[in-house]
Ligand binder design. Sequence first.
Ligand SMILES: CC(C)(COP(=O)(O)OP(=O)(O)OC[C@H]1O[C@@H](n2cnc3c(N)ncnc32)[C@H](O)[C@@H]1OP(=O)(O)O)[C@@H](O)C(=O)NCCC(=O)NCCS
Length: 184
Amino acid sequence: MIDGGGGLAAELPGDVTIRVLRSSDAERLGAAYRRNRQHLAPWEPLRSAEFFTTAGQHANIGEKLGSLAAGTGLPWILLAGDRAVGAMALTGMVRGPFLSANLGYWVDQEFSGQGIASAAVGHVIEASRTRLGLHRIQAATLKHNAASRRVLERTGFREIGLAPEYLQIAGSWQDHVLFQRILH
Ligand SMILES: CC(C)(COP(=O)(O)OP(=O)(O)OC[C@H]1O[C@@H](n2cnc3c(N)ncnc32)[C@H](O)[C@@H]1OP(=O)(O)O)[C@@H](O)C(=O)NCCC(=O)NCCS
């Protein structure tokens, strides 16, 4: 099991903090997803109406904390005071000779363009190397997601190829550009 304790928390630009997700975050995360529904829709899977409610977020967080307990995932939340203003997640973490995980992230529209995602990804990279002992992180973006590609470039990811029909985003299977960050 991964230690989800205070050592994985950090300060980011704009008085934003990042820490490991907790079950008590359901209400604030539901509010953040409601505020950012339009902002996130082009870049995320289709969401049920339930997803935007506190109950839906209880279920979502429960799944994520299940993966934390199993050692296959590590979910973070970004906070401005009491407000949730983004999230990061390592998923599909595998050990053995691969020592790799997938990275996903979003930042509240109101907080964008302040270097918050770049700093948070930098923090996840550092924690992945020093706390999780990973060798590699993979991220996938839609070709036209310029802001996300820029975040990955800024944090040292290298483009490794194009994966056709890789993920179902906004209701259709879409090609993605794959990036990796080697940690050692
Ligand atoms: C992608 C996202 C996480 C970026 O968050 P952020 O906190 O604004 O990111 P940062 O401020 O650290 O960096 C953004 C960079 O992209 C650039 N950028 C933003 N919009 C851009 C655009 N339309 N075209 C080109 N570059 C753009 C910014 O200028 C900045 O680069 P710079 O500092 O070198 O100028 C945020 O926009 C988001 O949540 N988008 C919706 C969800 C999403 O796309 N998630 C990722 C899925 S792979």
